[in-house]
Design a protein around this ligand. Structure first.
Ligand code: IMP
Ligand code: MG
Length: 212
């Protein structure tokens, strides 16, 4: 699903005479009231929890169909993917599925550092197993490439990736994920596991940095 940054337009002068403009004004005002600030930056609602739940459910149907006759090990990439992975893992409802975790870090503030640090390694043997990497977001693709390289050393039977979000215009290396929830423009977002220096992971909706 492709998500664009929504633009609510209204004209102050015409606002009182046109019901459509008035409705837009009310919608804009309600949105402003829902804004959140972190480190002096303002973020506005972008993807609501209901939309997220709908995409998680759709992804789960696809994954369930593709792994119906195979055992699969979900590999959640910490920290960002932990909320998505928990929702997706339950929604897939695959009897023989397992989940394990790995931890990478590539972002400082709102920028990719361009290099990926592995903070916590694999704790399970994935040799000859089907691995489904669960990511929150694919941005430059650097983390995904490093991860796939690392996994290949252990000779898994198959490796696929599911990412809740994907910024295709930011991809500089590798390929996009096999399963994608939302394709979004190259803007900084947070909430539903995604953070700004550790903050905002607990927001149930996703927010985007407000343009000045
Ligand atoms: P990549 O290696 O550039 O693809 O970045 C992947 C990681 O950067 C993701 O797993 C996130 O943890 C983080 N990241 C990328 N874009 C954003 C964003 O818009 N908000 C918060 N974190 C992000
Ligand atoms: Mg991440």
């Amino acid at each position: 699903m492709r998500v664009e940054t929504s633009v609510l337009q209204f004209n102050y002068r015409e606002m009182l005479y046109s019901p459509r403009n008035f409705a837009n004004f009310v919608a804009y005002f309600l949105k402003v009231m829902e804004e959140v600030t972190y480190q002096g930056l303002t973020f506005e609602p972008y993807i609501r929890r209901e939309e997220i739940a709908k995409q998680v459910h759709r992804l789960a149907q696809d994954i369930k169909r593709d792994y119906a006759n195979e055992k699969v090990m979900f590999l959640c990439v910490l920290n960002g993917a932990f909320i998505f992975a928990a929702d997706l893992f339950r929604a897939c409802d695959l009897r023989d599925a397992e989940i394990t975790f790995i931890r990478f870090k590539s972002y400082e503030g709102m920028e990719s550092t361009g290099s990926v640090k592995q903070i916590m390694g694999l704790t399970e043997d994935i040799t000859d197993r089907n691995v489904l990497i669960v990511e929150d977001i694919i941005d430059s693709g650097v983390t995904a490439v490093q991860l796939r390289k690392e996994l290949a050393k252990h000779n898994p039977k198959s490796v696929k990736m599911v990412s809740l979000l994907f910024k295709p215009e930011s991809l500089t290396v590798g390929q996009g994920p096999e399963y994608v929830g939302f394709e979004i423009p190259s803007k900084f977002i947070l909430g539903y596991g995604l953070d700004l220096d550790g903050l905002a992971r607990n927001l149930p909706d996703i927010y985007v940095l407000k343009e000045k």
